[in-house]
Design a protein around this ligand. Structure first.
Ligand SMILES: [Zn+2]
Length: 405
């Protein structure tokens, strides 16, 4: 296994010439246009109506659209078809409840396109620090060879972030990480107070901006609100804001890669809540879907991290530990005492503290939830009264085929 697979990130800074940059931006525009067309079509779909067009039908419509529009026709059909495929995948993820429903793409935000069927010769190294990647209709575009490029990448994605930086990411699905073979099951709760809590008692926190960076961001946002629309100053400030946000998002992505590699290495079975992200964010706005969640605190959370971060975490776990990730029904995981099994809506003393009024068991609320998740996955309905719930207790317990849960 290469270092890249362990780190998981294989994103490189692209260095397009100004002319290439213009063509890349065209590809982004086409991909966005096609994607939004697909969103539009699915908007009109309501239960009971004839189904929204599938991928094949959309490809036919794309052909028509290309015949009518010189602008689209000038672009790469590969790029445009791939945008449709990505959309189909996004819908599948949505129905599989791992991701939010795909929505409109806006100009300047998360711009990008994907190239598939990449051949080995389409990426080459020029010197120690410089590589080149072949992009349809653009040709060879240089990138900064900041680390080794993973072998066998079947596709790559070119993106332009809000700060105007271009990247290419080679999508090599990481090789599965072998299970340690200890039989150990870990439960992970999508934390409210922290990013994730493990049934072992560990609390994982995704990095955010540092104090000084947060202050700088606050200053920039104030400046932005005062800057005149369309002024040069506004553009400058906006760019600086985008750069800070991109830095934060990079850090979180790195963190997710490291955390998921670590989990896949340490545990045989990884249990997570089967969260419907869309209902989760809805519930933050007021409808109670999963009982026992603190709505007020949730609403105050950074929903971006919840939605994007959690989906990505689970997705990477499934890549790295295929067949070892168990999704369980989240009902009552935060209200149930992991020691005695009593469900008690009032046991949650505060956002962070769980205290069972029946057996006296006290724990971090997210850790308690993580233990319930672990136990559900491991197939034991919470065991008898008096269970200590000490970290690592289940390590030595045999678990009856958790994968069948
Ligand atoms: Zn209890």
């Amino acid at each position: 296994m290469t270092v890249d697979n362990l780190i998981g990130m294989s994103r490189y800074r692209l260095q397009p010439t100004p002319a290439q940059e213009q063509m890349l931006a065209e590809h982004c525009g086409h991909a966005r246009f096609v994607w939004n067309l697909a969103v539009e079509q699915h908007r009109h779909w309501k239960p009971g109506r004839t189904s929204a067009p599938g991928f094949a039908e959309q490809c036919r419509q794309l052909t028509e659209a290309r015949a009518e529009s010189a602008w689209l026709r000038a672009g790469s059909v590969t790029v445009q078809q791939q945008a449709l495929k990505d959309f189909a995948q996004a819908m599948a993820n949505y129905f599989g409840q791992s991701h939010r429903k795909p929505t409109w793409r806006k100009r300047g935000q998360n711009e990008g396109f994907r190239i598939v069927a990449v051949r080995p010769g389409d990426v080459r190294r020029l010197s120690r620090k410089v590589g080149e990647v072949k992009i349809p209709k653009v040709g060879w575009v240089r990138f900064c060879w900041s680390r080794s490029v993973p072998h066998g990448a079947k596709s790559h994605r070119v993106t332009r972030d809000a700060a105007g930086r271009w990247h290419v990411a080679f999508a090599a699905i990481p090789e599965p990480i072998p299970a340690p073979g200890t039989g150990e099951v870990v439960g992970i709760d999508r934390g409210v107070a922290v990013s994730a809590a493990l049934s072992t008692g560990e609390l994982l926190t995704a990095p955010t901006l540092r104090q000084a960076e947060q202050e700088r961001l606050a200053r920039l946002l104030r400046k932005l609100s005062r800057a005149k629309r369309g002024s040069n100053r506004r553009v400058k400030v906006k760019l600086a804001v985008a750069r800070l946000k991109a830095r934060e998002s990079d850090r979180r992505k790195d963190w997710i890669e490291k955390a998921t590699t670590d989990l896949a290495r340490r545990f045989d079975v990884i249990a997570v809540e089967n969260l419907n992200i869309s209902s989760m964010t809805r519930s933050a706005r007021g409808t109670l879907q999963a009982p026992g969640r603190n709505i007020a605190a949730k609403a105050g959370l950074n929903r971006g991290i919840l939605a994007a971060g959690w989906g990505r975490l689970v997705e990477r776990l499934e890549h790295k530990a295929p067949g070892r990730v168990v999704k369980i029904n989240p009902a009552y995981t935060s209200q149930r005492c992991s020691a005695c099994g009593i469900v008690d809506a009032k046991a949650r003393e505060s956002q962070a503290a769980f205290r069972c009024r029946s057996c006296g068991y006290a724990a971090n609320a997210d850790v308690n939830a993580a233990r319930n998740i672990r136990d559900t996955a491991a197939g034991h309905a919470v065991a008898a009264r008096g269970r200590s719930g000490l970290p690592g207790r289940t390590n030595r317990e045999p678990h009856p085929d958790p994968l069948s849960v």
